[in-house]
Design a protein around this ligand. Structure first.
Ligand SMILES: *[C@@H]1O[C@H](CO)[C@@H](O)[C@H](O)[C@H]1NC(C)=O
Ligand SMILES: *[C@@H]1O[C@H](CO)[C@@H](O)[C@H](O)[C@H]1NC(C)=O
Ligand SMILES: *[C@@H]1O[C@H](CO)[C@@H](O)[C@H](O)[C@H]1NC(C)=O
Ligand SMILES: *[C@@H]1O[C@H](CO)[C@@H](O)[C@H](O)[C@H]1NC(C)=O
Ligand SMILES: *[C@@H]1O[C@H](CO)[C@@H](O)[C@H](O)[C@H]1NC(C)=O
Ligand SMILES: *[C@@H]1O[C@H](CO)[C@@H](O)[C@H](O)[C@H]1NC(C)=O
Length: 569
């Protein structure tokens, strides 16, 4: 009876997989069938856990798997830039043998460790020096890993001093990593190293990023008279005999399609929304690589002490040179650090703290345009609360979606927020409000009374990086045009930030997707006259838990940096 039930449940489960993924071709081989594990989420259910990335479906992908992603081919210059950008964020490829290994051969934070290395032979550190910790990654059986690609985060902090700074992690590609920190304050400093994902999980994330850009689906409602229909939309849709509505943007060429409703025309599109997340993205035992408390954002323990006492800066020049010699090639420059709870930006002017009256004074006569995702909407909300005379004026905009506007008519301050164009996961955006940031920027006059905030990253995590590069290229062109015609305009760009990850969130929104996009953003806007708010480092260096929407104290620090730029002393 038990056996029967088990085989029955296996068939139900197979049926589900069949129905859901449509990966019919996969099932030609009964051996593969045997290996599909519907209960992969119940951890350690079988102790021999093979990760058969090699057995992935090679059949037709739900989306047209074409690098150009349904828009025109990039020009030769664009293709060259894209190549260089992808090169700059290249992550180690899987080892030939790692496609067929058991969980017990993958990176295990509990068996891994880090050691603080002595500085120039001495256990003595001074402000201005760097501190290096060597991380040794081991597998679940305690054996050293022999290849790289694990995603690690490192932070140096002192809770008593309210201090924290992001470390830089170098992958030696042999199972060891260096975490390097600048020493910026005197007193105690504690090293913290976290495994975000083992390298084996990164390969899974990379695969689903390339093959399942439909894992967060989109849909639109079409309506005319009594007829209405909802159809699926995306950047790119397989055409299997169905007709498409082509909403490719005429200015930027950004593609967007919906299936054409049967009896309605394409002009009857009413709105845009996110559909239900696609499940069952993992095959076989891959779920074992995504376990909270086991191998998602788990701290790595020190061998020996995790803390040092940083002594005052050395005045002896020769000594300083000698101690910095060793690490000269890896001298790191963070964008800032926390001290006594406040962010101190390094380079780029004096940081000030703004209160109600100084913020109002600073924004007097300014028009602030904010474009992007909910992480820039947080700035809108923060400023709206900070400046007492700012009144949000919102007649009919849906909550959390916008567009929003706030006005202080006493001090002539105007704030406006609008979400970026598709792909956007907001529920539900009216079709006529779906605007591309680049087009909005082209509509601005600009000038010294204009401040522009842009934050666009999170909604691109389910797509290949090329999609993000294309979007940023259009935004960058529009920023260059804006700065050219109205040079006093201040443009503030926000980077991606870290967030809370669990097994599910990891597959749609992992920090690994974000770090890849973030690398592209930084590279593409380098050298432009824009201010970058380093939300990545500001969330990494802070003691509060990572969150997609960083807590108010971090937002306050971001706004202080921005206002310090708007109103330099
Ligand atoms: C993408 O599709 C276009 C048009 O069908 C084709 O010319 C191009 O070679 C394809 N690119 C890749 C990388 O497959
Ligand atoms: C993968 O493992 C299976 C046994 O689990 C073995 O039969 C197969 O030969 C292995 N493949 C490779 C490429 O090592
Ligand atoms: C580790 O995995 C290998 C290969 O699947 C298996 O032979 C071995 O028994 C496992 N060891 C432990 C301790 O689970
Ligand atoms: C790993 O590579 C680093 C940098 O090349 C080297 O210093 C270290 O000795 C290597 N460690 C092992 C275990 O091979
Ligand atoms: C959609 O329209 C754009 C711009 O008009 C065009 O370049 C593209 O080829 C069209 N896509 C399809 C699938 O017809
Ligand atoms: C706000 O800060 C300014 C200095 O930046 C100070 O002069 C003023 O007293 C502060 N106002 C309040 C209400 O705290």
């Amino acid at each position: 009876m038990d056996t029967m039930w088990r085989s029955l449940s296996r068939y139900i489960c197979i049926f589900f997989l069949l129905a859901l993924s449509g990966l019919f071709f996969l099932f030609s081989n009964i051996n593969i069938l045997e290996k599909l594990n519907c209960q992969a989420v119940s951890m350690f259910y079988q102790h021999q856990s093979n990760i058969h990335s090699a057995l992935l479906p090679e059949g037709p992908s739900p989306l047209d798997h074409n690098q150009s992603y349904c828009s025109q081919e990039p020009s030769p210059e664009e293709a060259l830039e894209e190549h260089d950008l992808l090169e700059s964020i290249a992550w180690p490829q899987p080892q030939p043998h790692s496609v067929n290994m058991s969980l017990n051969q993958t990176s295990d934070p509990a068996h891994s460790l880090f050691v603080i290395l002595p500085a120039g032979g001495r256990r003595e550190w001074h402000v201005g020096n760097q501190l290096e910790a060597l991380v040794h990654m081991h597998d679940f059986q305690g054996r050293p890993k022999s290849y790289g690609g694990d995603f690690l985060l490192a932070r140096l902090h002192s809770s008593t001093l309210g201090a924290g700074v992001a470390g830089q992690v170098l992958d030696h590609r042999n199972g060891t990593y260096s975490a390097i920190f600048p020493l910026l304050w005197q007193g105690s400093a504690q090293v913290e190293v976290t495994l975000v994902h083992p390298s084996e999980a990164i390969h899974v994330l990379r695969r689903i990023r390339e093959e399942r850009p439909d894992r967060i689906p989109f849909q639109s409602l079409f309506r005319s008279g009594k007829l209405s229909q909802t159809t699926v939309c995306n950047l790119c849709l397989p055409t299997n005999q169905e007709l498409l509505c082509n909403y490719t943007d005429p200015h930027t060429g950004e593609p967007w399609y919906c299936y054409k409703p049967k009896q309605l025309s394409c002009d009857t599109r009413i709105n845009h929304a996110r559909g239900p997340y696609v499940n069952h993205l993992l095959v076989n035992k891959e779920a074992l690589l995504f376990q909270s408390g086991v191998n998602i954002k788990v701290p790595i323990h020190p061998s020996g002490s995790d803390s040092v006492i940083v002594l005052p800066e050395k005045k002896d020049k020769a000594d300083v040179e000698r101690s910095s010699m060793k690490t000269e090639s890896t001298r790191i420059t963070p964008s800032g650090y926390y001290f006594q709870g406040s962010w101190r930006a390094l380079g780029g002017g004096v940081m000030r703290q703004f209160n109600i009256s100084s913020a109002t004074q600073c924004l007097k006569g300014k028009v602030v345009y904010m474009y992007g995702d909910s992480t820039v909407r947080q700035w809108f909300e923060y400023l709206n609360t900070l400046v007492p005379d700012l009144k949000e004026f919102n007649l009919y905009s849906p909550k959390n979606v916008g567009p929003f506007m706030a006005v202080d008519s006493t001090h002539n301050i105007l704030l406006k927020y609008r979400c970026h164009g598709p792909p956007i996961r907001f529920n539900t955006v009216i079709a006529s409000e779906m605007r591309y940031v680049a087009n909005e920027l082209d509509g601005l006059t600009g000038g010294s009374n204009t401040v522009v905030f842009i934050s666009i990253w999170s909604h691109f995590s389910t797509f290949p990086v090329q999609v993000y590069i294309r979007r940023l290229r259009h935004i960058r062109r529009a920023v260059v045009r804006l700065l050219d015609r109205a040079s006093g305009t201040l443009v503030v760009l926000r980077s991606a930030n870290l967030q809370a990850l669990d097994p599910k969130v990891s597959l749609y929104n992992s920090d690994w997707f974000s770090v890849q996009l973030d690398g592209v953003l930084r590279a593409m806007f380098k050298g432009l006259d824009v201010v970058l708010i380093d939300a990545w480092e500001m969330t990494l260096a802070h003691h509060l838990p990572h969150a997609l929407h960083p807590p108010p104290i971090i937002i306050k620090n971001m706004i202080d940096i921005i206002l310090s730029q708007v109103c330099p002393e």
